[in-house]
Design a binder for this molecule. Structure first.
Ligand code: NAD
Length: 496
């Protein structure tokens, strides 16, 4: 009998005021019911905000090194439970165990980074332009942070947001994707076990259009951090703009791997397989476009096709599986639609292009798919598909490759394979993305570097690294004048 899970609000695990629940099923086998999760409403969000306000008053006064200690214990617990969480995560969203282990590891890295940041969280002391006067800055917490997360990194993305927000002294309301509520539940259990005061964290499950919307629109939630699709981000951005909220948006991508004629083709082949079909293509940094120099195009495509045809689809919890299912039926329908669009627009379907039958019909599987002869500017080349579909674009030169890479509305990640240092550095300079890899695939961000994209992928903030601490804290400028007289900046400054 599947369990009814609860929200965590007001320091306790509670049922939603709506009385409604939604089902969470294994995408590799939809007969496997993981549990029922609260289909909460705006009232649950309002209760969570009231409690988080109390949590904030307590937590903001807890010294940052002590806040860091809690996060260190969170890291230790994640280490202890890594395997169990990875297994639960694969059951919940389908990607293979090696990847869900990596997802937990990213949470561990983020926890330990945050733990040590508690002893830094630097402000600055700078010389004042006036005598007998000090000028300095320090970081203050902001308030209640509403965190809205997507399905594809069920542990890593909530930790990217939650840990720095907490370390800076904010209280958190987490609204995880309705596709992966179980992993969020496991994370909140760990935060509480590690000693986080209960009202500092609230977990409210439910749909984006109800719970997410209520959180974004609540006047006492001054900080919103969202990761998800560009369409949803645009809606959230309008509300936050109107309400003068601090907002971080991490949204869609249409990332390309470029392979130049001097590249190590074995390396480039491994890179594109991992980049395009890891997480079944459901990464914001997934390689969705492969830009091949004409001199190696045919040779590389032939080898790639063979390699893709040998990828094994299946349950992510089986050792033999390379590629798991898509997250749900709508995601697979979307992939099917794009395959039809590709064929209608004259691209050549090289391999894949359908859902498998037989035992895999129990889940949302789709064959790894390649289109060649894809035209720059076509829908297949421009739009985010979020599935195992790779579009191959043939180019004549490095300049062409840059033009194609930059010719989309998104700007998250890019990659180039070349043996030329010259070309590599020119690519770093000219590719319009927040992240560029040289001789490595479009995926593989590390927790201590800033993560985010340009153009329609983001709004200028970064997750990860040190930059995220700027987002979750308010910098206050402080002046202390001990001259005993009125000193007017800019006016008395140069009267010596
Ligand atoms: P989604 O936009 O459907 O949902 C993301 C979250 O937003 C969910 O929690 C959802 O419930 C919530 N939501 C939906 N409508 C809302 C509304 N009106 N108000 C408030 N919240 C709302 O995205 P998804 O399908 O879960 O994830 C896939 C998308 O996320 C892709 O576009 C992918 O590129 C993007 N993504 C981006 C990054 C990044 O860092 N740039 C990382 C991972 C995923």
């Amino acid at each position: 009998m599947a369990k009814n899970f609860r929200n965590f609000i007001g320091g306790e695990w509670v049922a939603p005021t709506t009385g409604g629940y939604f089902e969470n099923r294994n995408p590799a086998d939809t007969a496997d019911l993981i549990g029922r999760f609260p289909d909460s409403g705006a009232q649950d969000v309002a209760r969570a905000v009231r409690s988080a306000r109390r949590g904030f008053d307590l937590w903001r006064r807890t010294p940052a090194p002590a806040r860091g200690d809690v996060l260190r214990r969170v890291g230790d617990l994640l280490v202890e439970r890594k395997e169990a969480i990875a297994d639960a995560m694969t059951r919940e969203m389908g990607k293979v165990l090696a990847e869900t282990r990596g997802d937990v590891q990213e949470g561990i890295d983020t926890a330990y980074f945050a733990a040590t940041e508690g002893r830094r969280l630097y402000g600055r002391v700078v010389p004042s332009e006036l005598r007998s006067k000090w000028a300095m800055t320090y970081r203050r917490p902001i308030g209640v942070a509403g965190l809205i997360t997507p399905f594809n990194f069920p542990m890593a993305i909530p930790t990217w947001k939650t840990f720095p927000a907490l370390l800076c002294g904010n209280a958190v309301i987490l609204k995880p994707s309705e596709d992966v509520p179980h992993t969020a539940h496991l994370l909140v259990e760990i935060l509480l076990e590690a000693g986080l005061p209960p009202e500092v964290i609230q977990l409210v499950h439910g749909r984006g259009e109800t719970v997410g919307k209520a959180l974004v629109e609540h006047p006492e939630v001054p900080v919103i951090s969202f990761t998800g699709s560009t369409d949803t981000g645009a809606i959230i951005g309008e509300t936050c703009g109107r309400m003068h909220k601090r907002l971080s948006l991490e949204m869609g991508g249409k990332n390309a791997q470029i392979v130049m004629d001097d590249a190590d083709l074995d390396l480039a082949l491994e890179g594109v397989l991992w980049g395009a079909f890891g997480t079944t293509g459901q990464r914001c940094t997934a390689t969705s476009r492969l830009i091949l120099h004409r001199k190696i195009h045919d040779r590389f495509l032939r080898r790639l096709t063979g390699a893709v045809e040998s990828l094994r689809l299946g349950d992510g919890r089986a050792d033999t599986t390379d590629v798991g299912p898509l997250i749900h039926e709508a995601a697979r329908d979307k992939v099917e639609r794009y395959v039809e669009i590709g064929e209608a627009q004259g691209a050549e379907l090289v391999t894949g292009g359908r859902a498998p039958r037989g035992r895999l019909a129990a889940g949302w599987f789709y064959q790894p798919t390649i289109f060649s002869g894809v035209k720059a500017g076509s829908r297949l080349e421009q739009e985010e598909i979020f599935g195992p579909v790779l579009s191959v674009v043939r180019v004549n030169s490095f300049d062409d490759a840059v033009r194609v890479n930059n010719g989309v509305r998104y700007g998250l990640s890019s990659s180039i394979y070349t043996r030329s240092a010259d070309v590599a550095f020119r690519a770093l300079e000219r590719l319009d993305n927040g992240i560029t890899y040289v001789n490595a695939p479009t995926i593989g961000a590390e927790a201590h570097l800033p993560f985010g994209g340009v153009k329609a992928t983001g709004n200028g903030h970064r997750e990860g690294g040190w930059e995220v601490y700027d987002f979750y804290s308010e910098t206050k400028a402080c002046y202390v004048d001990y001259s005993g007289k009125l000193q007017r900046a800019q006016i008395d400054t140069y009267e010596l």
